[in-house]
Design a protein around this ligand. Structure first.
Ligand code: LLP
Length: 427
């Protein structure tokens, strides 16, 4: 894995974290009077993950899922890779993509609740495809396209009703979920497209869920989509362009010092005949697989409380900075930046927010952590900063990325004034 201790110092892919954090904190306090937690990304790791997926799936296109990590400066880096576009789900994400330099044709648009304005924006910016999730949405797109004299490129999102082994909140491909079209809706959607002068069927899409660690559901999903495409191609004049299997490739949150190989075995996909020999273009929308390991959250312990058989380390990072532990009971390893001794103790690492769900990690073993020590919360690149909030009127954390071994600010800290302006600057 990417972490190791050298003497007492925690290294992250060759970077001495304590040294780099001292310089970051100096910049934050001198330039912004900010002393809170911050996200830190590592460009080398982002590159490595992109390399892995590129090598494993040499014929696929990838639409990086912006919702997992949406920082503009990071999207700009991702844009440099051939075969990489964006999976976007809102007006804000479309505009991020454009600001990062992506063409409309390099973005696919998903989401169950697209608004009229968002659909119009997608059509105006010539997005590659709109992934449609309901009959009413399809009809709305058809009439909006007519109103601006355009043809809307459509990808039908199929609900495959395929179970996956992951947290219930991030399963999306079961019939009971709000996503995608059921079989009967799919038939109706195809009829609507056939009769319409403003809709063009480009492909079929599905997304099984997130943090999936097994290949089988993808094989089943692909075989369903191939059958569907074969059926359509045998009767429709224009062949479909692509099949999209969405995102969902999981990572191994438990790996710290070595790769425990509990993430998605990506190299297995190309070994499966149905993948290797597929006559259709297969696209993916990876988020976490690329961004997950690339970010950590740096926090400081404010106070330590002693309990009978464990200690509570109260840190300056709360559930408003990292929601995953509270929302999904997600496990993110926590490491002190300086290892003080070899003895280990049991800790709850908690935040300052007034809720008992406000924790970073519970009953975990760690070497000694004292007041004012820095800790790193690992594998927070995906769904970390992006799920941050102003809960308890706490400002959003800034973001840095390590480029050529130096930290570069990529998101300023939000000032309290900026946060309050939305409510005070009212005429
Ligand atoms: N494509 C679609 C249509 C999606 O809905 C998603 C994620 C992705 C791609 C990317 O999935 P990934 O490769 O990152 O698994 N907040 C949750 C994850 C929610 C995922 C939502 N959809 C978490 O922290 O685990």
């Amino acid at each position: 894995m990417y972490f190791k201790y050298e003497d007492e110092n925690l290294l992250w892919h060759k970077i001495n974290l304590n040294n780099i954090c001292e310089s970051i904190e100096k910049e934050l306090s001198e330039n912004y009077r900010y002393i809170g937690p911050y996200y830190l990304y590592h460009e080398d790791i982002l590159k490595k993950r992109i390399e892995i997926i590129n090598l494993a799936l040499p014929k696929s296109n990838f639409y990086f899922s912006v919702k997992s990590l949406s920082n503009l400066q990071i999207l700009k880096k991702i844009r440099k890779y051939p075969r990489f576009g964006l999976d976007v789900v809102s007006e804000g994400e479309i505009l991020r993509g454009i600001l990062a330099g992506f063409q409309g044709s390099e973005m696919v648009f998903a989401g169950v609740g697209k608004t009229k304005n968002e659909i119009l924006l997608a059509l105006e910016k010539n997005l590659k495809s709109i992934h449609v999730e309901s009959i009413q949405e399809l009809k709305a797109i058809a009439s909006l396209a007519i109103s601006i004299k355009k043809t809307a490129p459509i990808g039908l999102r199929v609900n495959p009703d395929i179970p996956v082994d992951t947290h219930e909140y991030i399963i999306t491909g079961m019939d009971e979920n709000k996503f995608g079209l059921s079989n009967s809706e799919l038939k109706e959607a195809l009829n609507i497209i056939k009769e319409s002068s403003s809709l063009e069927l480009k492909g079929f899409h599905m997304h099984l869920g997130s943090q999936i660690r097994e290949v089988n559901p993808y094989i089943k999903a692909l075989s369903n989509l191939i059958n569907l495409a074969d059926e359509i191609n045998s009767i429709w004049e224009k062949p479909i362009d692509y099949l999209s299997l969405g995102g969902g490739f999981g990572i191994d949150y438990e790996s710290i010092f070595e790769d425990k190989k509990k993430g998605f075995p990506i190299e297995e996909l190309e070994k499966v005949d149905i993948f290797r020999n597929c006559k259709y273009q297969i696209d993916f929308e990876p988020g976490r697989f690329i961004s997950g390991y690339s970010g950590i959250l740096i926090a400081k312990t404010l106070y330590i409380k002693e309990k009978n058989n464990f200690k509570i380390a109260i840190t300056n990072a709360g559930m408003n900075d990292l929601l995953r532990p509270a929302l999904y009971k997600a496990i993110h390893p926590v490491l002190p930046l300086i290892r003080k001794e070899n003895a280990e103790y049991t800790y709850d690492f908690v935040g300052p927010v007034c809720e008992s769900a406000d924790f970073l990690a519970k009953r975990v073993t760690s070497t000694k952590v004292e007041q004012n020590d820095r800790i790193a919360v690992l594998h927070c690149g995906a769904y970390g900063s992006v799920m941050g909030s102003n809960y308890n009127s706490r400002p959003m954390a800034p973001e840095f990325i390590i480029e050529d071994e130096k930290p570069v600010l990529i998101r300023k800290p939000q000032s309290i004034k900026e946060m309050l302006n939305l409510e005070t600057d009212i005429k």
